[in-house]
Write a protein that binds this ligand. Structure first.
Ligand code: BGC
Length: 470
């Protein structure tokens, strides 16, 4: 599903602004629903008397829903179109938020979490696809990166809302608030244009032409249509699932899956979800102090450091950012592990709380300029056009699967082996991930999608690369 190469420089239209708004809202909702649980758990646990297992279920089942949603999202976006898939995601976000906020008990609450998660998964596949297909080539990178930035902004906003309601422990408002941007996304999607590329693929050429004239009035619509048609000729209408797993694409698939797994098993969402609890264990006594630390040390730093990646990803390259980030994550996780070792030995002091706080800031910063945005960039560029949609959906689903395992078992692990060994384990995975990336992941900076395809030619039976029209 490579968006065709179109180098015609041009302006910006109201229709493209709407695409940007949609992408930002979808990303922000994704982030909000990821982050909000961190501050909501305390009040929820008090009101609903949740056991440790139920706390894990309430936290992590969003990810389970997202896993299924991302697998379904690729199919849905192909069948009903990118626009309607995003409309469906917005409806799911809104309905899920209402179910969560009004849930009379834990069973309905978990259903709400699953519905929200399903929406997150559909949006996680459909939004970058929608942005990539509608953006002019020279603006594509920035439009797609805007999605990751919006995720971090959503997480930050959720922490701000958590903070505002922490004293009252009002978890229903914290979860329910996401219905507002959900409705905003629904409203924004109504006048939004469909992807012309999808319309051409469905044989709706006239609508595609009208859409191009609205989105990019400065290009000749017939030239653009011809370019889309030519590039679609190189992609069979439907590739089968078995082609995604064919030996010739094993290497990019392993790289996509490996990156998706390492992004999660190095601990990011344990920190995003459970940061309040980590700060509590590190000596931050009141819920206000905990959410304050989470909001600024985790939420704000995550947003700011994402700009570092946007500035350097095309200059320094993917590999240096990934390796540097993993070094920073390793050092900070080791420091958190050692601080908890000291706390466990009874030497709790404000000093240890400060060390934990500083180490978590380094961790989130290192993640935000490396594994956060770079993993998604590489996953979206390593697959050949004819398997890209499904292969990206597989890597995304594996990412959610790994996120689910980490968030589901984090508290169990902490109970079983303690905080310090748990952070030690995350640090160990940083080393394994760093070595694996150094040996396996090629640099893709500055290479066209066709050049990237040639990287896999030492694998068995790789056909010559398909050239997209200029
Ligand atoms: C990851 C999410 C994570 C977020 C944090 C994303 O790239 O996929 O799992 O919560 O970054 O900013």
């Amino acid at each position: 599903m490579a968006a065709s190469q179109d180098t015609s420089a041009g302006g910006w239209s109201p229709a493209l602004t709407l695409v940007l708004v949609v992408v930002l809202l979808a990303g922000a909702l994704f982030g909000y629903d990821q982050g909000v649980i961190s501050g909501a758990l305390e009040g929820m646990q008090k009101e609903l008397k949740l056991s440790a297992t139920l706390v894990e279920v309430v936290t992590s089942w969003v990810t389970l829903g997202a896993l299924v949603g991302s697998l379904a999202g690729g199919e849905l976006a192909d069948r009903i179109g990118r626009r309607k898939a995003l409309l469906a995601a917005a409806a799911l976000f809104t309905a899920g938020a209402a179910i969560e906020a009004l849930a009379p008990g834990v069973a309905i609450l978990v259903c709400g979490r699953l519905v929200v998660g399903f929406g997150v998964g559909v949006a996680a596949v459909a939004a970058p696809l929608y942005a990539a297909e509608l953006a002019p080539a020279e603006k594509r990178g920035r439009l797609v990166s805007a999605y990751q930035l919006a995720i971090t902004i959503g997480i930050f906003l959720s922490y701000l809302v958590d903070q505002a309601f922490a004293a009252r422990g009002d978890w229903r408002i914290m979860l329910g608030v996401s219905a507002v941007p959900g409705v905003m996304l629904l409203i924004a999607m109504l006048p939004a244009v469909e992807s012309p590329r999808w319309l051409v693929r469905m044989g709706r050429r006239d609508e595609a032409r009208a859409t191009i004239m609205r989105a990019r009035p400065w290009v000749d619509p017939d030239v653009r249509l011809a370019s889309i048609e030519a590039s679609l000729r190189n992609e069979p209408a439907s590739s089968s699932w078995s082609e995604v797993f064919a030996p010739m694409w094993r290497r990019p698939l392993m790289i996509g899956i490996g990156l998706a797994v390492f992004q999660q098993i190095t601990g990011i969402n344990a920190i995003i979800y459970y940061s309040d609890r980590i700060f509590k264990a590190a000596g931050f006594a009141t819920p206000e102090a905990q959410t304050q630390a989470t909001t600024w040390a985790i939420g704000a730093v995550n947003v700011v450091a994402t700009f570092i990646a946007i500035a350097f990803i095309d200059r320094l390259g993917r590999r240096p950012l990934l390796i540097a980030g993993l070094v920073g994550m390793f050092v900070s996780l080791t420091a958190v592990g050692l601080a908890f070792l000291a706390i466990g030995k009874g030497s709790a002091s404000p000093m240890l709380g400060t060390i934990t706080l500083a180490a978590l800031v380094v961790f989130i910063m290192s993640f935000a300029f490396s594994l956060g945005p770079v993993v998604w960039t590489v996953i979206n560029e390593i697959f050949p056009g004819r398997v890209r949609g499904r292969a990206v959906a597989v890597a995304t689903a594996v990412n959610w699967g790994a996120a689910f395992v980490v968030s589901e078992f984090f508290l169990t692990l902490v109970d079983g082996i303690g905080e310090s060994a748990t952070f030690g384990l995350f640090a160990f995975f940083c080393v394994v991930g760093g070595v694996w990336i150094y040996r396996q992941v090629p640099e893709t900076k500055g290479r066209s999608l066709e050049q990237i395809e040639t990287l896999w030619q030492d694998s068995p039976q790789v056909p010559p690369p398909v050239r997209a029209p200029a």
